[in-house]
Design a protein around this ligand. Sequence first.
Ligand SMILES: *Cc1c(COP(=O)(O)O)cnc(C)c1O
Length: 401
Amino acid sequence: NIIKQYYMERKRIYLCLSHMSEDGAEQRYVKEAFDTNWVVPLGPNVNGFEKDLEGFIGHDMRVVVLSSCAAALHLALLLLGVGKDDEVLCQTFSFCASTNPVVYCGAKPVFIDSEPDTWNMDPVLLECAIQDRLAKNGRLPKAIIVVDLYGMPAKWNALMAISQKYGIPIVEDAANALGSFYDGKPCGTFGTIRTFSFNGNKIITTSGGGALVCNDSEIKTKAIFLATQAREKAPYYQHEAVGFNYRMSNICAGIGRGQMTVLNDYVARHKKVHDLYKKLLKDVEGIKVHDNFNDLYDSNFWLTTITVDPEIRIKGQNTTAIDGEPNPNIEALRVYMDAAGIEARPVWKPMHKQPVYKNSPAYMNGVSEAIFKVGMCLPAGPYVSDEDVCYIVEMIKRAVV
Ligand SMILES: *Cc1c(COP(=O)(O)O)cnc(C)c1O
């Protein structure tokens, strides 16, 4: 019945679409910016959005809103003193924007594999890598970039202990994790500097944007200085450092302020969608929903991810496995879902397997490559209804031979 209705209406279900508040809060803030002629990369919405974010993650935090999360990561590394030929330890299982900023600094990424419980950086491997880099180079890596992938918090207790033991700062890439918590603490507050993304496909959006989170006003002032072309205090344009044009515009920040009014509802919706997937897929053999490892973890479930047993055969499946690609049943499932009007996508391909980073050192245990072969992301968010989830699960069941 549901299936007939979906085919008739030709409705397409996307992975995660931006969704404006029902009462038009975003448009009110943007209109105000136009009405008062604050159509520039500073203004009341920029300050207001930063205050709202500080209110959400903790008033002891300082937030700087920027043009993207990649820009925030770049500034975070610069603020930590990362420069030419330094090494930065990076979580390999992530989107390229977690690693590319290392190269922007002239530094070198060194990749660390994940552990199977959270799919994030493996603390044991991290410590091995630190000791090995020290032995090989005679000095420690300059920073560590840890990701809360798909909204799932990393093993923060263990990672922070290693960071402290060796005195190497962590940058938390919380691009996916606004509204996630670890041990009762919000993601975006771990490590030394943290970042969020407000790209169009994240938990909330500013159409495109990001934020840097730091601990005090002094670092915030430095971040804003670098984000606004490092302009010195003088009546003319005086520059003593190379800066960037990375500040968020007052228009985008207006969208962000509006989105903050629905953030809690959206996070609740992502979690509800996840719970429904979990319930409906419980008895489907060979398919496992990636879930909070234990009570310390409270993911916002930006996307629900599943793993598919290689033994499961999917309709239309090609039998030949291609080296370095996901298992044939993953591609077959993606194609089957696509034909049914559902956007599903393989999980991130690990960075150490990307041609652009093929010469970077990598400390591996096989976990991210194994998940890449069997992992799939399913649609989530405020646009995905309970009925949509029922339909998606029904189509997964039908796809299995
Ligand atoms: C989206 C994303 C980013 C980059 O965010 P932008 O705002 O597009 O620069 C970084 N890291 C992860 C894990 C992401 O998913």
